[in-house]
Design a binder for this molecule. Structure first.
Ligand SMILES: Cc1cc2nc3c(=O)[nH]c(=O)nc-3n(C[C@H](O)[C@H](O)[C@H](O)COP(=O)(O)O)c2cc1C
Length: 184
């Protein structure tokens, strides 16, 4: 089993990174984490190459990740809430999935992506709401082959509490791991 995780936090040892580690430790098989703030991945600039060709012409780390997306069993989006959304860097990274949309709906030659399970982990200080970010993550995951989505796991109170003191949050993360491991 292979799981791909997109970590949208800039903080190396922040709560999102710790949650990703906690989840990864409970997943069977291989886990590959994409650190969106440090990966060599440029945003889509809507050059429209993918409207007439099958693929993306930007030659960076995403080319390897595309291959992983096509073959992996699970994909997880983990992000802090910024203005009630996924972080900008995570959205920049996800913008490169536009080529899958073009392949399916414009070129008419969809990529052969293995149907997979997906998960969403959101971390917020406590302002706004997580619903918008959860909907955005769901939408992105559906575009890259996720056909079964687990319950969004959210801790929305880091301004005053540590998520790792919350039994509820840790139980939900374990539940997501079980779902991704196929034990649901
Ligand atoms: C630019 C910015 C915008 C933020 N917007 C929100 C928000 O809308 N809602 C919220 O609950 N927390 C917001 N936060 C707080 C972070 O989500 C919170 O500190 C989170 O725990 C950081 O996670 P990390 O340690 O994994 O990076 C924001 C933080 C920053 C820096």
């Amino acid at each position: 089993m292979k799981t791909l995780v997109f970590n949208g936090s800039p903080r190396k040892n922040g709560d999102t990174a710790r949650s990703v580690q906690y989840l990864s430790d409970r997943l069977a098989g291989e886990v590959r984490v994409v650190d969106c703030y440090r990966a060599d991945i440029s945003p889509c600039v809507d050059c429209r190459y993918c409207r007439t060709n099958n693929g993306c012409c930007i030659n960076d780390e995403m080319q390897d990740i595309y291959r992983y997306i096509e073959e992996c069993s699970n994909i997880v989006i983990a992000s802090p809430l910024y203005y009630s959304e996924l972080t900008g860097r995570l959205l920049d990274t996800a913008s490169r999935f536009q080529m899958y949309y073009s392949a399916r709906y414009i070129v008419g030659k969809p990529f052969d992506i293995k149907p997979k399970r997906g998960g969403v982990v959101l971390i917020g200080g406590g302002s706004g709401t997580p619903e918008k970010a959860s909907d955005t993550a769901d939408f992105i995951l559906r575009q890259i082959g996720v056909t079964q989505l687990g319950e969004t796991v959210c801790f929305h109170n880091t301004d005053t509490a540590d998520p790792f003191d919350s039994k509820f949050f840790l139980t939900k993360l374990c539940g997501l791991a079980d779902f991704l491991n196929g034990r649901d």
